[in-house]
Design a protein around this ligand. Sequence first.
Ligand SMILES: Nc1nc2c(c(=O)[nH]1)N=C([C@H](O)[C@H](O)COP(=O)(O)OP(=O)(O)OP(=O)(O)O)CN2
Ligand SMILES: [Zn+2]
Length: 116
Amino acid sequence: MSDILTIGRTYRFESAHFLPKVPEGHRCRNLHGHNYRVEIVLTGTVDERGFVKDFGEIDGYIAPLLKQVDHKLLNEVPGLENPTAEIIAGWFLARLPVAARVRVYENDDCWAEVAR
Ligand SMILES: Nc1nc2c(c(=O)[nH]1)N=C([C@H](O)[C@H](O)COP(=O)(O)OP(=O)(O)OP(=O)(O)O)CN2
Ligand SMILES: [Zn+2]
């Protein structure tokens, strides 16, 4: 089958952050935390197994990245000195060559997505 398919897998991490570039008085300049959700999206054709990619293989790509951010102060992670949802999404995409898109949720309602 030569159809292009899209698959995704969702992961969670909990981190603290503050946003150093918002104006004085903005509440997000203060240290606070989120239960983040990150969705990794891949596209491609299916292989002989019928997979675009075994979901289990995606774990292997993202595990070292989750280790860098889970239960951490994101501002101390190289590349996340200004850890907005947009920049966190870009940070994951840049480190996941297999991903076509990454969406990061700060909570159920607010998210940012970046695509190649
Ligand atoms: N475009 C973006 N806007 C904001 C971001 C962001 O990453 N990208 N981040 C924040 C802060 O992280 C802030 O913690 C989120 O605040 P808020 O939108 O007020 O969401 P809350 O869920 O914390 O607010 P409640 O109203 O208490 O539910 C701000 N903006
Ligand atoms: Zn926040």
